[in-house]
Design a protein around this ligand. Structure first.
Ligand SMILES: Cc1cc2nc3c(=O)[nH]c(=O)nc-3n(C[C@H](O)[C@H](O)[C@H](O)COP(=O)(O)OP(=O)(O)OC[C@H]3O[C@@H](n4cnc5c(N)ncnc54)[C@H](O)[C@@H]3O)c2cc1C
Length: 362
């Protein structure tokens, strides 16, 4: 007998778990597939979350954020108060920016548990493969659905199967954990150390998350070489294996709904191009996506409501961030000298705007 559900969610990251929770909350039968054996493992993330105030500053149209981001205290590893931007000559610019750091494995597991508590059925070690005759083909057999949600990350197979555009020019980034005591602010390093992106040290409790992203078009070595150099330069030693993933860099894809399918989170390019941040966005869009899927099942409401609603909140800031990233690619990231010059021209106020998805000029 083939499994049949109202809503099939592919991926148990923040986008998938939040979508599954809200779809299940409306009474729909929901199944969530995850190809990995353990939710959130391994961690492939810098694990930084902006404060609620900073999220609202970026997305002022967001309503009822409390119910989404009111997460247990024990998921907060460290409260941080700033972001220190470091140019190729080690000149530092400290931006006041409140946030907190987490353990992404526990964070993702918590969100998946909320979805299960709401009634979603989580199937681990099950990979979505393709759609055939309106049915999902997975590594564990076929599954029938009324609505399909692709929350399967930056290289989304669901997007491909729905005929939606995949993310273009995603850049690779790697991360690991180190031990030590670090000041409660994030350090971001720019220039040849991480061409086309940045290296980071993000403090946690007695530890830090360290990593490097880079754009292949500016690099002349492997990401592993850059990561090793970054660690040497900062006198750091990885305590864990180094894991990596791709980060969408061009903002949202043009369409996120097709027929009876939707894509959300990284799969939809809902990532801030200038800094790679995507967790809050995946959760915001995940809630809309799951709610709309539930309304579609209960009353036949159009899935296009998802497209309209998430774009109303996030599209403008995300497009601005993508535009600013293109400016950085064109003018700043060509060399250490241009990076340093552009950071100098921008100064603290404009770099603050840049990181918050705002206009940098005038
Ligand atoms: C190195 C790095 C550092 C980052 N640091 C930060 C940060 O500090 N702060 C921040 O806000 N954002 C950060 N991001 C971005 C953030 O991690 C993503 O935006 C976020 O994880 C998006 O959530 P998601 O649910 O859309 O996708 P994901 O978290 O990628 O979840 C997708 C899930 O789908 C599963 N999956 C994929 N394909 C299939 C399939 N075929 N079948 C079944 N399951 C499948 C995957 O295993 C995964 O569990 C970082 C990204 C990287 C790569």
């Amino acid at each position: 007998m083939m499994d049949k559900v109202d809503v099939l969610v592919v991926g148990s990251g923040p986008a998938g778990s939040v979508a599954a929770r809200y779809a299940a909350k409306s009474g729909a039968s929901v199944m969530m597939l995850e190809r990995r054996p353990v939710v959130g493992v391994p961690v492939r993330c810098g694990e930084f979350m902006p404060s609620d105030e900073e999220i609202l500053n970026m997305f002022p149209k967001l309503k009822d954020m409390g119910s989404l981001f009111d997460l247990p205290e024990d998921l907060h590893c460290l409260e941080t108060y700033g972001i220190d931007l470091i140019d190729p000559n080690n000149k530092e610019t400290m931006l006041e920016f409140n946030g907190w750091t987490t353990d992404r494995d526990r964070f993702d597991q918590y969100l998946a548990k909320l979805a299960q508590e709401q009634g979603a059925d989580l199937r681990m070690s099950t990979a979505f493969q393709k759609i055939e005759n309106g049915v999902a083909v997975t590594s564990a057999g076929e599954i029938g659905y009324k609505v399909l949600i692709g929350a399967d990350g930056p290289g989304s197979i669901v997007a491909r199967e729905l005929g939606l555009q995949k993310n273009r020019n995603p850049y690779p980034a790697v991360t690991a954990q180190v031990k030590g005591d670090f000041e409660p602010y994030t350090k971001m390093f720019f220039g040849g150390i991480a061409p086309g992106a940045y290296g980071w040290i993000i403090p946690k409790d007695g530890r830090a998350n360290v990593g490097v992203g880079m754009s292949p078009k500016f690099a002349n070595g492997s990401l592993k070489d850059y990561f090793d150099k970054f660690m040497d330069r900062n006198g750091l030693k990885a305590e864990t294996k180094v894991y990596g993933k791709y980060v969408p860099s061009e903002g949202p894809i043009p369409k996120t709904v097709s027929g009876n399918g939707m894509v959300v989170g990284d799969a939809a390019g809902q990532v801030i191009s200038v800094n790679g941040g995507g967790i809050p966005l995946a959760m915001i869009a995940g809630r809309i996506c799951g709610t709309v899927a539930g309304e579609n099942i209960s009353s036949g409401a159009s899935l296009q409501n998802y497209e309209t609603q998430w774009r109303d909140i996030m599209e403008k800031p995300l497009k601005l961030a993508a535009f600013n990233k293109k400016l950085a690619d064109t003018f700043a990231f060509r060399s250490d000298a241009t990076t340093k010059m552009c950071m100098g021209i921008l100064g603290k106020r404009r770099m603050g705007n840049l990181i918050r998805c705002k206009r940098i000029f005038p």
